[in-house]
Ligand binder design. Structure first.
Ligand SMILES: [Zn+2]
Length: 412
């Protein structure tokens, strides 16, 4: 089988999709179920149908485009990613996996290849958390990681529920029907830009993901006692911000001393109330993000944070309330898919780097119901989620070729 990736077609489609945007080029803003997103979706659907694929959408708008080959059987070999984009993002995040996936399937069809297993492109709904506050909405529902009931309660900034929004934009049916069975996929492989600098730095064209790190996040509310910055003497203070400062450093130290470079912890939000120069902070809200490739190690950091909260609270006479927002499990990629990806790289004498995905992706959730792996291509300076996000045409084409060969290998 000799495969040809149609470079011009693929690159021009990436440019064309970037025009569906609520921000001025080169920035891309495409929020799930916005008018712009709906237009982009129907454009995508038309490209899939033009390629001879059969398209269907589920109740939350996950879009499946299947190569219906009469002699192909289930389970399905899947590929795909997302096309929603956070405000002021670039045009490659997610899109490379969707349009690269489509091009890979087209290349296989045009080569005369006959898959034994059906091959399907999947465009996930709302990988980005922008509108409903939770990332990977589509894949969480597909994998059953998020229940239909919990999903129904999600609201956007204007107070509209997910249920109202999806029905208004044409996605009917019940959310209960979105979940796929564990027998649906034979394998799922996602092509994505790295969103980090390692491949570019080491001049390696491809990264094969062996593990996907998973985040847990906490909201912490610290309440002390406010007062006049001059009037309240130091022995009488119950300063919420000083307690927060101690906690932030303890969180950093818990990650640093976990024994593994893969443990990371970040306090990304620190809201101080009342926030006046001459007023003792009485209330602080923190948001904490903890990630690791190892669930036990990550959970140990979380337990350390919990006990540190207790000791700071007792010592400083402040109340600390700790709320778990989410705690997803990390995923190991499937050895058989990693091997199929590696074989294709070796065949073309392409150097590749086994690596950890430190950002999370829809594949993390699909890993609950299917063997998964991911293929990374470099992106300039590691930039992503910004308008100057850039992946080189040669890298995109290479990634698409390796993806196509991997889909072929997995479907025979
Ligand atoms: Zn992405």
């Amino acid at each position: 089988m000799s495969l040809t990736i149609n470079r011009e077609r693929l690159l021009s489609e990436i440019d064309a999709l970037a025009l569906f945007s609520d921000a001025e080029a080169p920035a891309v803003t495409r929020i799930v179920f916005s008018t712009t997103d709906l237009k982009a979706r129907s454009w995508m659907k038309a490209r899939c149908e033009e390629a001879g694929l059969t398209v269907h959408q589920d109740a939350v708008g996950n879009t499946f485009a299947r190569w219906d080959s009469s002699d192909a059987v289930e389970p399905v070999v899947g590929t795909g990613s997302h096309i929603d984009a956070i405000p002021n993002a670039g045009k490659f995040d997610g899109v490379v996996g969707v349009l690269g996936g489509l091009e890979a399937i087209r290349a296989l069809r045009e080569s005369g290849f006959r898959p034994k297993h059906s091959i399907e492109l999947l465009i996930f709904t709302s990988e980005e958390p922008t509108r409903f506050g939770i990332g990977c909405l589509g894949s969480r529902l597909l994998s059953g990681t998020l229940s239909a009931n919990a999903a129904r309660k999600l609201t956007d900034e204007s107070g509209c529920t997910l249920d109202e929004v999806r029905r208004k934009t044409g996605f009917g049916g019940e959310l209960e029907q979105v979940k796929l069975s564990g027998a649906y996929y034979k394998a799922f492989v996602e092509l994505h830009i790295e969103q980090g600098p390692l491949l570019e730095r080491q001049r390696i064209p491809l990264g094969i993901v062996t593990k996907i790190a998973a985040p847990a996040s906490l909201r912490v509310l610290i309440e002390g006692s406010g007062g006049h910055a001059g009037g309240v003497l130091m022995p009488d203070r119950r300063d919420a911000l000083c307690a927060a400062a101690e906690l932030i450093l303890a969180i950093e130290s818990a990650a640093r001393t976990s024994g593994a470079i893969d443990t990371v912890a970040t306090v990304g939000i620190c809201d101080v109330f009342p926030g006046a120069v001459n007023s003792i902070p009485s209330r602080v809200r923190l948001s904490v993000d903890i990630r690791d490739t190892d669930l036990q190690r990550r959970d140990k950091v979380m337990r350390t944070i919990a006990t540190t909260c207790e000791s700071i609270s007792a010592r400083r006479q402040v109340s600390i309330h700790n709320e778990l927002v989410n705690a997803d499990a990390p995923a190991d990629c499937a050895p058989a898919i990693i091997e199929a990806l590696s074989q294709s790289c070796r065949k073309h004498q392409l150097n590749f780097l086994p690596m950890v995905s430190r950002a999370y992706h829809d594949s993390l959730f699909i890993a609950h119901i299917a063997p998964v792996a991911m293929l990374f291509i470099p992106c300039r300076n590691g930039y992503s989620h910004r308008p100057d996000e850039f992946a080189a045409p040669d890298d995109i084409v290479r990634g698409t070729l390796v993806l196509a060969e991997t889909l072929a290998a997995l479907s025979t």
